[in-house]
Design a protein around this ligand. Structure first.
Ligand SMILES: NC(=O)c1ccc[n+]([C@@H]2O[C@H](COP(=O)([O-])OP(=O)(O)OC[C@H]3O[C@@H](n4cnc5c(N)ncnc54)[C@H](OP(=O)(O)O)[C@@H]3O)[C@@H](O)[C@H]2O)c1
Length: 366
């Protein structure tokens, strides 16, 4: 049995990851978090035994010793927001000799994980950051279609959520950079855009349709110009199922940019609560796209767009695919490269989406 500890295992994405891993015959699952009052019912709901809840703080200075004591083989870290976090949990995992996988979407956090590469290799463990939609799924999509291009010139990506709002860690991560300047590679040079501004629309395949999107700060903006050096432009936009909700966030971003508000973080929790109340009135459909443009092998202009679409609010499971697939790989005895790396080149699109089979999620591939 391979012991997997999910830090934040009763959180929004953590609980979805745990529900799937609880069915894996080769996994002994431990659900970790700081709050026993939230953790114990979660363990009960998944028909696990009470000792499978572990009260643990990611910032515990004794974390490495506790991981070793619990004989953890792999830690999945969902305890965000990761923006501005240090690598305390990853370092503790390495020290304890366990593999480490996180769902981080913090740009510097994911892009900087390779600072642990040497020490992870020394301890013979795998450390993966950003094992989620970005850059886990986005890079797998680009890797799948890259051989069709002689010269890949631009990568445009985006996500529009369904009605169900993610957990507070995700919302706080996003609201932290609302209206703040961020750099992205455009026309072969770094250019400034602003978080959740740069309003545009994207038409997703039915039943999702057209959605408003705003620019986001994600690891791919840093990592893709290095991984795909011919690409002169890399952008990422995201948006909400409710047009009104999106325009409220866009207006807040505008107020921050104009200096009318110092930041939007205080609005994260109230707006998350509001989105919960209006959930029944909002579309439960969402999707993600990756659009590639460039020159094909016959010298022709080539453009293709990949989508994944979800209904029934099942889009909320998409960010969980990578951590489930990677931990199942480890649990089944297949090895991953030792060292510390962003989640790129470790999973194919099919491997990423395999744990989501049976949900109302499907690919619309070009
Ligand atoms: N890369 C991507 O594509 C992508 C996509 C979606 C989400 N994400 C990331 O996924 C992360 C999780 O999001 P979520 O929506 O699931 O958030 P959430 O519902 O707020 O869950 C976070 C969980 O972490 C736990 N936690 C927080 N601080 C902790 C600590 N110090 N020690 C132990 N546990 C701690 C929380 O429980 P307690 O507070 O009770 O301990 C909670 O269960 C976010 O940071 C988000 O950025 C990434």
């Amino acid at each position: 049995m391979h012991t997997v500890l999910v830090l934040g295992g009763y959180g929004f994405f953590g609980s979805r990851i745990c529900t799937t891993l609880a069915q894996s015959p080769s996994v002994r699952l431990l659900i970790g978090g700081r709050d026993r009052a939230r953790g114990s019912p979660a363990v009960q709901k998944m028909s696990l035994s009470p000792e499978q809840f572990v009260q643990v703080d990611a910032n515990d200075i004794d974390l490495a010793r506790r991981l070793a004591q619990m004989r953890v083989d792999t830690v999945i870290n969902t305890a965000g927001p990761f923006q501005g976090q240090s690598y305390t949990v990853a370092r503790a995992a390495i020290e304890a000799g366990c593999h480490y996988i996180d769902l981080a979407d913090g740009r510097q956090f994911v892009a900087g994980i390779d600072c642990l590469d040497a020490i992870a290799k020394e301890h013979g463990v795998t450390v993966v950051s950003g094992a989620s939609s970005v850059p886990g799924l986005s890079s797998a999509v680009v890797d799948r279609y890259l051989p069709q291009f002689q010269d890949l010139r631009s990568i445009h990506m985006g996500i529009s959520s369904g009605a169900r709002a993610p957990g507070l860690a995700t919302v706080r991560g996003i609201f932290g950079y609302l209206g703040k300047p961020l750099q992205r590679f455009e026309g072969n040079a770094w250019a400034t855009t602003y978080g959740w501004l740069d309003l545009r629309q994207h038409r997703f395949p039915p039943p999702v349709g057209s959605r408003w999107l705003g620019s986001c700060d994600i690891p791919d903006l840093e990592l893709f110009p290095r991984r795909y050096p011919t690409a002169r432009t890399v952008t990422f936009h995201a948006g909400f199922a409710s047009d009104l909700g999106h325009l409220v966030v866009w207006s807040l971003a505008g107020c921050v940019k104009a200096g009318l508000l110092p930041g939007a973080l205080p609005f994260a929790a109230p707006l998350k609560r509001l989105s919960h109340w209006i959930e029944p009135l909002v579309s439960d459909e969402g999707g993600m796209f990756v659009k590639l443009d460039g020159v094909g092998h016959a010298g022709e202009q080539k453009s293709l767009t990949w989508h994944v679409v979800a209904t029934s609010n099942h889009g909320a499971h998409i960010p969980c695919g990578a951590s489930i697939a990677l931990s199942q790989k480890l649990a089944s005895g297949r090895s991953l490269p030792h060292g510390a790396m962003p989640c790129m080149g470790l999973l194919t699109v099919d491997e990423y989406l395999a744990p989501l089979k049976g949900l109302d999620i499907w690919e619309v591939a070009p």
